[in-house]
Design a protein around this ligand. Structure first.
Ligand code: ARG
Length: 576
């Protein structure tokens, strides 16, 4: 593990200030708000009692003990504080050295071994079969994908599960509709969209002829009794849906390890139910079976309907027991909209009451709503925005912008896809999860705002500088000992170096809070710092020593930017 420069200095101070307790040095150290006052500040209040001296006096003594050396350039007592200025050449060589050391160990800077030997199951995207894959599913998909990438980066083994919503009475309706009106060629041609239109038609017709609903119920019962013909048709619905959505997953570069969904678990609920019975937790309620949660201040969790069929929660109980057995997870994450909060709180509680000690490892990760600027989203109004359409529109709009900006770009289509899709993902992951998102194309695709295109463009520009340096001067990164870090002491280089240094902390923080946006914002910070650095410091026109140092820093910047973008599921185009 790399030790950041601040931790390094704290260790140094422990040696140089033997009169101060190491614990106080560690906990009291501050970074001054106004960086002109110093890079670090140590307040002496807490030492006053022990040392029986006034804090300003202690500050003076401690400052004097530091003097000047190659790490701490200057230490100054200001009132009760010791303000310290870190030597800039040391900082540059220390940070870049840590990054080089990491890659010499065969790792990527920012990654860690925290998760070694641990498995985390993630349940995300979890689409509903024969229902529109609409923009409401964008969030679970991109948040889950990002968290899974972050976890892998931290050494965890991950299992990504698309827990298909492929069971329930709506499939009885689908069977009836398909048998009555289904046309094979249309299925081939339009996939889920056609299935959805059949479902809509079913509802229209059932309004006129309610007996269709009885037929649908009977059809679903046949499925539950294992009728082969019904199940074969149901499986086709699942296959058609999966084939259709795979195009979207391909665009988003999202992949799953398992698609076992509700249809796999509906007949495997005996296990949780028998434990519930054994523990006396299953109560009768007007013919249905429930687990009472009134002591926990929640409505009861419904386990079996009057007719003995299972519910959403029952299937979740069966699925999680299977997951524990199969993957022996350390944590199991569920990424869904906030509106399912109660559902998860309820059945997590049921697992706890069942006496399963791993109940504490189940985590619901909720997020806020997404809507379009004109308010379109709902499934009911028929106003659905299919995710695939939205992504395609983003790609087309991006292509139009790029044809103006850079008409000669090779592989225009590939880049427009990376940038268009990247912009949508980036925007979705720009704020903390729980915040609602309003989708406005102008904002999402703005090349100058805090957007995906802006960060990608910065990346491409930095890469282009490196390519030019290679062509003009035969530049290649090589080792840090060939580089003069004393050249990287200007304000802009230093700012960039400090931001680059913080990458591992940002990754760890994003994992701790399950918040990809911390990384999204980080990539913006890197891009902005790089652009300032680049604006103030000519690279290709400079003499060799400066040029090489700046190229080295540019090289590190592109590596961290590319990795940061990868962690939020956004690609980094070489040219744009
Ligand atoms: N299919 C559900 C939906 O779209 C989400 C499923 C979430 N996962 C789970 N294990 N309940 O609303």
């Amino acid at each position: 593990m790399s030790v950041n420069s601040q931790q390094y200095i704290i260790e140094e101070l422990k040696k140089r200030w033997p009169s101060v307790s190491p614990e106080i040095i560690e906990t009291a150290m501050e970074v001054p708000k106004d960086r002109k006052l110093g890079d670090l500040a140590f307040p002496c209040f807490r030492l006053a009692k022990e040392l029986r001296k006034a804090p300003p006096l202690i500050a003076q003594e401690l400052a004097a003990q530091l003097g000047t050396d190659e790490v701490i350039e200057k230490a100054q007592a200001v009132g009760p504080y010791v303000n310290m200025f870190v030597n800039k050449t040391w900082l540059a060589s220390y940070v870049l050295g840590q990054i080089e050391k990491t890659s010499a160990e065969g790792r990527v800077y920012g990654s860690s071994l925290e998760g070694e030997g641990k498995t985390i199951v993630l349940d995300y995207s979890s689409i509903n079969v024969a229902k529109p894959f609409h923009i409401g599913h964008l969030r679970t998909t991109v948040i889950g994908n990002s968290i899974s990438r972050i976890l892998k980066f931290m050494g965890y083994k991950t299992v990504s599960i698309n827990y298909l919503g492929d069971w329930g009475t709506q499939f009885g309706k689908m069977l009836v509709a398909y048998r009555k009106w289904g046309e094979e060629e249309k299925v081939q041609k339009d996939g889920i969209r056609y299935l959805v239109s059949l479902y809509v038609r079913f509802h229209d017709e059932a309004d006129k002829d309610p007996s269709l609903n009885d037929e649908a119920r009977a059809a679903f019962t046949a499925m539950e009794h294992g009728d082969e013909e019904s199940l074969a048709l149901w499986r086709r619905f699942v296959d058609i849906s999966l084939k259709d959505v795979s195009r979207v997953y391909e665009l988003l570069d999202v992949h799953f390890d398992s698609y076992k969904g509700e249809g796999y678990f509906w007949d495997k609920t005996d296990k949780p139910i028998s434990i519930l019975k054994e523990k006396g937790l299953l109560k009768d309620s007007e013919g249905a079976k429930i687990v009472d949660l009134s002591e926990e201040g929640m409505p009861p969790c419904l386990i079996l309907k009057k007719d003995g069929s299972t519910l959403y929660a029952t299937r979740d109980l069966a699925a999680v027991m299977y997951r524990k057995e199969t993957y022996d997870f350390d944590k199991c994450l569920y990424i869904t909209g906030l509106e399912q909060k109660l559902h998860f709180a309820q059945w997590f509680k049921v697992i706890e009451k069942m006496g399963l000690p791993w109940a504490k490892d189940l985590i619901h990760i909720p997020y806020g709503l997404i809507s379009l600027e004109d308010g379109k989203l709902s499934t009911r109004g028929g106003n659905v925005i299919w995710l695939e359409d939205l992504l395609k529109e983003a790609i087309a709009k991006t292509k139009a912008i790029m044809e103006e900006k850079n008409p000669d770009l090779e592989n225009m289509d590939e880049v427009a896809t990376q940038v268009g899709v990247g912009a949508v993902v980036f925007h979705d992951l720009f704020n903390n999860r729980i915040k609602d998102v309003t989708f406005k194309f102008d904002e999402v695709l703005n090349f100058d705002g805090e957007t995906g295109p802006y960060v990608q463009y910065t990346y491409a520009r930095a890469r282009s500088v490196l390519r030019k340096a290679e062509a003009q001067y035969g530049w290649s990164k090589g080792n840090l000992d060939q580089i003069s870090c004393s050249v990287l002491t200007d304000e802009y280089s230093q700012e960039l170096i400090k931001i680059l240094e913080s990458f591992p902390d940002k990754v760890a923080d994003a994992k701790e809070k399950w918040e990809p946006y911390l990384i999204t914002r980080y990539t913006v910070a890197v891009a902005t710092a790089f652009n300032r650095f680049y604006h103030e410091n000519p690279i290709l026109m400079e003499e060799e020593e400066k040029r090489n140092a700046r190229l080295y820093l540019t090289e590190i910047t592109t590596e961290i930017l590319r990795q940061g973008l990868y962690l939020i599921g956004v690609s980094a185009p070489e040219k744009m």
